[in-house]
Design a protein around this ligand. Sequence first.
Ligand code: GDP
Ligand code: FE
Ligand code: FE
Ligand code: FE
Length: 187
Amino acid sequence: MAKLKKVMAEHLSKHRFEHCLRVSDYAVKLAKQNGLDQQEAALAGLVHDYAKERSQADFLAKIDATGLPADLKKWGNPIWHGVVGAAFVQDELGIEDPTILQAIRLHTTGGGHLEMTTLDKVVFMADYLEEGRDFPGVETARRVTDESLNQGVFYQLAHTLSYLASKEQVIYPKTFDAYNDWAQYLK
Ligand code: GDP
Ligand code: FE
Ligand code: FE
Ligand code: FE
């Protein structure tokens, strides 16, 4: 982990690197609560935003090089840094574990309740709840997630969707799909 932290620090601003350290810590807390391997959670949390500060040109080239669907190109950094970011983590950090790579891929948009592993949910929630986050409702979100990881995932999806809609932002279809799937499963 020490070497990985050094590489992360070299690729990210101080602010973003420190966020990654806090996500790693919060992922360990959630791993303990949910019977998940803590090392795996710490690692996935640390590297989840590895590609966040790459250029648009880098992402577009990676989409071509890895054979990802070309329609991804119409999105932008918020979607790419997870979905395409996993390929940078694999190629540049040498992390091959498919469970870690999937957690990175899903960390922004989530996935349906059958699609997400416990690790995916832990990274998704740790990114939202790490100790540096202070959006309105974060305390409620932490409480809900302490009681139920699944309810926490749904809380985040519902609140992120309403937030994006209130800002009249485009919404990635998989974010909608994930929301609908969790709503049907949990209600
Ligand atoms: P961060 O990388 O630690 O800042 O956090 P995330 O990876 O979770 O999210 C990055 C940004 O993407 C946030 O501003 C989210 O609100 C935004 N986001 C999440 N889902 C979607 C979506 O479906 N569409 C768009 N356009 N943005 C999204
Ligand atoms: Fe992210
Ligand atoms: Fe997130
Ligand atoms: Fe993040």
